[in-house]
Design a protein around this ligand. Structure first.
Ligand code: CA
Length: 224
């Protein structure tokens, strides 16, 4: 799960990033509304945390433009102001939830869980299954029958995406964006390297599931 934090208070932004990463999310930060909007529009995020008072573009404008562009990523607005009019404006713009600063970490995490549960493709179950494979989200464990092994963070993210998409082809570009993020220098061959790690692990587990390469497009799972 990848979260975008759009927050100009640098210390708060990095506290939020630490909190989310400690809780198993991948989190990116934008410090102004303009870059926040650009990043949010990439469509690679599962949730956006959006401050209201921001340089360049305020949070309401960011949200309005995001929705106008047809992007439906759940947005949690964060604001220091608690006036009712702000809440109403945020909800009118298409915010999914509103949290007033200061808030409790527990409250924030509960909101994020609630927002991501609403996306059917990201059902918040602890175990994903496909064919003879089970992927445990809490322990990053991939297992097949009696065999199991632990995946690295990136291997886990990649396996999770493949298992959520099942036999649907996921493009290399999409894998790259979802796993390495919008502003990363990672290249196509990072994807290839991790796919080859995962293939070795599937072999090691004696799984009947294979990662199929669709030439010039991407990858999907298949049961052999
Ligand atoms: Ca602010």
């Amino acid at each position: 799960m990848r979260v975008l934090i759009v927050e100009d208070e640098v210390r708060l932004a990095s506290t939020l990033q630490d909190l989310l990463e400690l809780n198993g999310y991948t989190a990116d930060v934008s410090h102004d509304g303009e870059s926040g909007l650009d990043n949010a529009l990439s469509g690679i995020y599962d949730v956006v945390l959006l401050d209201v008072m921001l340089p360049k573009l305020d949070g309401f404008t960011v949200l309005r433009r995001l929705r106008a562009a047809g992007n439906a990523t759940p947005v949690l607005m964060l604001t220091a102001r608690s006036e009712v009019s702000d809440r109403v404006e945020g909800l009118d713009c298409g915010a999914d939830y509103y949290l007033t600063k200061p808030f409790e970490p527990k409250e924030l995490l509960a909101c994020i869980r609630a927002l991501t549960r609403r996306q059917p493709e990201l059902r918040n179950t602890d175990t994903l299954e496909y064919g003879d494979l089970k992927l445990e989200k809490n322990s990053f464990t991939l297992s097949c029958g009696d065999h199991s092994l632990r995946l690295s963070r990136k291997e886990f993210d990649m396996m999770e995406l493949l298992m959520l998409n099942r036999e649907l082809v996921i493009t290399k570009e999409n894998l790259l964006l979802k796993i390495w993020g919008y502003e990363s220098d990672a290249e196509d061959n990072n994807v290839e390297v991790y796919i080859s790690f995962l293939r070795k692990k599937l072999e090691h587990l004696h799984s009947a599931v294979k990662i199929k390469t669709i030439r010039m497009v991407g990858y999907c799972l298949e049961q052999t």
